[in-house]
Design a protein around this ligand. Structure first.
Ligand SMILES: Nc1ncnc2c1ncn2[C@@H]1O[C@H](COP(=O)(O)OP(=O)(O)O)[C@@H](O)[C@H]1O
Ligand SMILES: O=C(O)[C@@H](CO)OP(=O)(O)O
Ligand SMILES: [Mg+2]
Length: 433
């Protein structure tokens, strides 16, 4: 049986359950009832992230003319036009001038409007760290871009990456909430972080930060970046460590008395919907974890072993094994790829020649790394198919060139931007050999 279409349908069923538009509508009542207490004169919407436009659209549809003003920043190609909320587009994952300008405008907007009588609705989704960009005094945008590039390439996980980003920013690590003070803030958050850690999603602009300058320096040390990062960045972090400049906002800060953070969708919800749909189609299904992390090719080995073992021992075949999370790739080669195509290629090598196992691995946002694919679909024939075409799969993996590998063998899974963003999803179907 060819499971490719079923895997794709299941993936889309998962995405539907974490549609940010629906997520916002599910919780908008909280904003409305707060606004209707009569305490507020101004209702402002701000937002940033890959799902920002979809979230803003839901807000405009729900609140209409109650909205006073708004500005959200999303990734290029993810925007649209709204009546009351201005949509700006900027670069991700490396920030750019557009992001910087839009963020400055957002800070101005907050400065002008933030009073006790203002209710700020803040729409947060993954990608926000790059899109909401305001380097700390003494650091230029170019320097910020350099640090981001270095950290991404080094294979930092999102906690580590954002620990550094939070400490060189005027808006991350709770500092955006400070710009809103004394206004009331309700943040709707679409989580693309393992464990839904508020301080990590989009670098926690409205959440208390548990990390310190010391932690940020530790990250640079761990990845041997002391000599590589711009001196201004090292200098700032060291000043922070010595207490010369203030820390990011901690949980006892009075600013947070004004803030409510609400998660409106996450990876786990998508996995549950996939399981539900698989069962509805008459299959057995099991969620492995919504917290997969680690080097993509290692995670691939773990999943392949699990699938092979399941094939040998489970009485319930065909069985769908569902997982999610966010792996990391330490990019050593010159190739093109993302976490999902890398994982899929490594998985294909592990199950080469075996019958009955198919994997789909894809980014829920529809973009895997700097590519136009969401991920890839592989089975036991993938490696043979490549070899028949004269390709060396191991070589492609070594070069971190998984995108080109799948492009050549037509194994890419392409969806275009999906409008949502809840990390990555793997669905494996295990059938008898
Ligand atoms: N050649 C490559 N092969 C595999 N992964 C890569 C490659 N180049 C970059 N990446 C990975 O892509 C990730 C960024 O992908 P992206 O989908 O934009 O991230 P996110 O979904 O978190 O915003 C980084 O973790 C980086 O390690
Ligand atoms: O914005 C961010 O900090 C992260 C996590 O939320 O998202 P992404 O990995 O998509 O950049
Ligand atoms: Mg992605």
């Amino acid at each position: 049986m060819d499971y490719k279409h079923i895997l794709k349908d299941l993936f889309f069923a998962g995405l539907k359950s974490v549609d940010p538009h629906t997520g916002v509508k599910n919780y908008i009542g909280e904003v409305l009832s707060e606004y209707k207490t009569g305490k507020y004169e101004t209702l402002l919407t701000i937002g940033f992230g890959k799902a920002a436009y979809q979230m803003a659209l839901a807000v405009e549809e729900s609140l209409g003319d109650l909205l006073t003003n708004g500005l959200v920043i999303t990734k290029y190609g993810h925007g649209g036009t709204l009546k009351n909320i201005k949509i700006e587009e900027a670069a991700h994952p490396i920030p750019d001038e557009n992001g910087l300008k839009a963020t400055n405008r957002m800070i101005e907007l907050l400065k002008k409007n933030a009073t006790e009588k203002t209710l700020v609705l803040c729409l947060i989704s993954g990608g926000g760290s790059a899109l909401l960009v305001a380097p700390y005094k003494g650091i230029t945008l170019e320097e910020k871009k350099d640090v981001t590039k270095l950290l991404l390439k080094a294979g930092t996980d999102i906690e580590e990456l954002n620990t550094v980003r939070k400490h060189i920013s005027r808006v991350k690590g709770g500092r955006l909430a400070e710009h809103c003070y004394p206004a009331r803030i309700i943040s709707f958050i679409l989580s693309d972080v393992i464990g839904d850690r508020l301080e990590t999603i989009a670098s926690g602009p409205t959440a208390p930060d548990e990390t310190t300058y010391k932690h940020a320096l530790r990250v640079l040390k761990k990845f041997n970046l002391f000599k590589k990062v711009p001196p201004s960045v090292l200098d700032l972090l060291r000043k922070g460590e010595k207490g010369i400049i203030p820390e990011t906002l901690k949980k006892d800060n009075p600013v947070f008395k004004k803030v409510t953070n609400i998660i409106v969708g996450n990876n786990k919800k998508a996995l549950q919907a996939i399981k539900h749909q698989a069962v509805k189609l008459g299959f057995n299904a099991q969620i492995i974890s919504a917290e997969l992390s680690g080097e993509a090719r290692e995670v691939a080995k773990f999943l392949a072993n699990l699938a092979l073992k399941t094939q040998k021992t489970s009485p319930n075949l065909p069985l769908f094994l569902i997982s999610g999370g966010e792996t990391t790739v330490t990019v050593k080669g010159p190739g093109i790829g993302g976490r999902n195509t890398e994982l899929a290629l490594a998985f294909a090598l592990e199950i080469a020649g075996k019958k009955g196992i198919t994997l789909l691995s894809a980014g829920s946002d529809g973009t895997d790394g700097p590519t136009d694919a969401a991920g890839a679909i592989v089975n036991g024939d993938t490696v043979h198919k490549a070899k028949d075409l004269g390709l060396d799969p191991e070589r492609f993996l070594e070069n971190n060139d998984s995108y080109n590998f799948f492009k050549k063998i037509r194994g890419l899974f392409i969806t275009g931007p999906t409008g949502t963003n809840v990390m990555d999803i793997q669905i494996i179907v295990v059938d008898s050999p």
